[in-house]
Ligand binder design. Structure first.
Ligand code: RM4
Ligand code: MN
Length: 388
C-alpha cells in the first residue's frame, strides 16, 4: 500500500482553481434563475472565491473571464485578491459574445473580425502581465452550422494564424492553453472539436502551448482517461476544466454525475506524476450553479476533486504493476477498485483538522453566516451574470 504520509502530503499540496463565473448568475438558454446575494462586482466574486479557500484550504486561485471580469486596474485587482488570501489565475478570453462573431472569431472569413478577435486575445495577455497570471485559456465557439457554409480547411488556416499572433505575444513564463469542445454553439463543424485538433495546433505553436481537457466537452461514452493518458505522455496536458455531465456540456458539479470516471482520470494523472507541480497541470473547475447555492456548490466540488485525488493516490501501484505484468486481469482490476471503494472522507477530515480547518467544510460555511450576510448586504447594483 502507498505510504499514508506521502498521500497526505500530496493532498495538502494540491491546488484547485475556481472560476469567477461560478459565483454569478447562470442558467440555460431557457431561463436564468437569479439568486439573492450574488456578486455585483469582480471584487465580490473574489470575496466569494476566498470563502471556498477558507473552508477547503486547497483553492487559493481564482480564474477570471474577460470581459466579464473587466476592471480598470488589474494590478489593483491582483492586490485585492492577495489581501483576501487568493491569487488571480488563468485568464479566460471571450470571443463568443459579440455580434461581430456570428460567423466565428479567430477563424471568421472576414479579416477585420479576425483582427478584432486577436486584439482581444492580446489584451488578455496584457491583463496577465498585470495580474501575474501564467495561463491564457482559449476556447472558441467557432465553427459552422451547415455543410458548405465555409471551408473547413481555410478555417483551420485562419485559426492557426490567429494562434500564432497570440503565442508570439506571450512572455517566456506564460502559456497558451487551448480548449476543445465537440459541438455547441456550432452544430455542423467546430474548429477545435477534439483533443487531436487542439494537440496539433499546440505542437505547431511550441513548448508553451498546452491542451485543456474540459470533462464536459466530449461525446457520450468517450474514454476521457485515455485522452488524458495520451496528452500526459506527450507532455501536452496543460489544464483540466472539471465539471460533470449527464448529456451534453451540462457544467454540473464535478464528481456528481460519475465519480468513478473522475477517479479513473485522476488515476492516470497520478500514474504519470501529474500531481508534481513541475508537471504544470492546472486543476480548474468550470461549472455553473443554476439552481443550487453557488459557494457551497463550489466547496462541494473542490471536496469531490480532493476525494477522487485521494483515491487515485491510494492505488497500490506496486500491486497493480505486478498484477498487470502477470496478466492477472481480475487482480489488476481489484487493485484499482479497492482504491476507488475506499472511504477517504475520514482521511480528508483528519487532514483538514491537522491544518486547523473544520473537518466539514460545507457545514462550516453554512454555520458562518456568510450566506445570510451577502443576501442582506448585496442590495442594489447589477448581479453578475455570464450572459450580460
Ligand atoms: C465554454 C468553455 C470555457 C468557458 C466558457 C464559459 O464552454 O467551457 O472554458 O470559459 O464555456
Ligand atoms: Mn471549459
Amino acid at each position: 500500500m502507498p505510504e499514508l504520509t506521502a498521500v497526505k502530503t500530496a493532498l495538502r499540496a494540491q491546488r484547485i482553481e475556481v472560476p469567477s463565473w461560478a459565483f454569478g448568475n447562470t442558467g440555460t438558454r431557457f431561463k436564468v434563475f437569479a439568486q439573492p446575494g450574488v456578486p455585483r462586482t469582480v471584487e465580490e466574486k473574489i470575496d466569494d472565491a476566498a470563502q471556498v479557500h477558507r473552508y477547503t484550504g486547497v483553492a487559493p486561485i481564482v480564474a477570471v473571464h474577460i470581459p466579464w471580469d473587466k476592471v480598470d486596474d488589474y494590478a489593483a485587482l491582483a492586490a485585492y485578491a492577495k489581501e483576501r488570501g487568493v491569487t488571480i489565475g488563468t485568464v479566460n478570453a471571450n470571443v463568443f459574445q459579440d455580434d461581430a462573431y456570428r460567423l466565428g472569431s479567430v477563424a471568421n472569413p472576414d479579416p477585420v473580425v479576425r483582427a478584432k478577435a486577436v486584439a482581444h486575445l492580446l489584451e488578455c495577455v496584457d491583463i496577465m502581465d498585470a495580474t501575474g497570471s501564467q495561463d491564457l485559456k482559449l476556447w472558441f465557439a467557432d465553427g459552422t452550422n451547415y455543410p458548405g457554409q465555409d471551408s473547413i480547411a481555410a478555417r483551420q488556416e485562419r485559426l492557426a494564424e490567429s494562434l500564432d499572433s497570440t503565442y508570439e505575444r506571450l512572455s517566456a513564463s506564460q502559456r497558451l492553453i487551448l480548449e476543445y469542445k465537440l459541438f455547441e454553439p456550432a452544430f455542423y463543424s467546430t474548429d477545435v472539436p477534439d483533443w487531436g485538433t487542439a494537440y496539433l495546433h499546440c505542437v505547431r505553436l511550441g513548448e508553451r502551448a498546452k491542451v485543456c481537457v474540459d470533462t464536459g466537452h466530449h461525446a457520450p461514452g468517450t474514454n476521457i482517461e485515455f485522452i488524458v493518458a495520451m496528452l500526459l505522455r506527450a507532455g501536452k496536458l496543460g489544464a483540466f476544466d472539471f465539471n460533470s455531465r449527464f448529456y451534453a456540456d451540462d457544467d454540473l458539479m464535478v464528481g456528481a454525475a460519475d465519480p468513478f470516471q473522475l477517479f479513473r482520470i485522476l488515476h492516470e494523472v497520478a500514474a504519470a506524476g501529474g500531481y508534481d507541480p513541475a508537471a504544470g497541470i492546472s486543476f480548474m473547475l468550470d461549472q455553473c450553479h443554476n439552481i443550487e447555492p453557488k459557494i457551497p456548490a463550489q466547496i462541494r466540488s473542490v471536496m469531490n476533486v480532493q476525494e477522487a485525488t485521494a483515491k487515485a493516490l491510494l492505488v497500490d501501484t506496486a500491486a497493480l504493476a505486478a498484477a498487470q505484468q502477470a496478466g492477472d486481469v481480475l487482480g489488476a482490476n481489484a487493485v484499482l477498485m479497492d482504491a476507488f471503494s475506499t472511504d477517504v472522507r475520514p482521511l480528508l477530515a483528519e487532514l483538514r483538522a491537522d491544518q486547523g480547518l473544520d473537518p466539514d467544510p460545507v457545514g462550516a460555511y453554512r454555520r458562518s453566516g456568510y450566506a445570510e450576510h451577502i443576501v442582506a448586504t448585496r442590495v442594489g447594483g447589477t448581479p453578475a451574470s455570464w450572459g450580460t
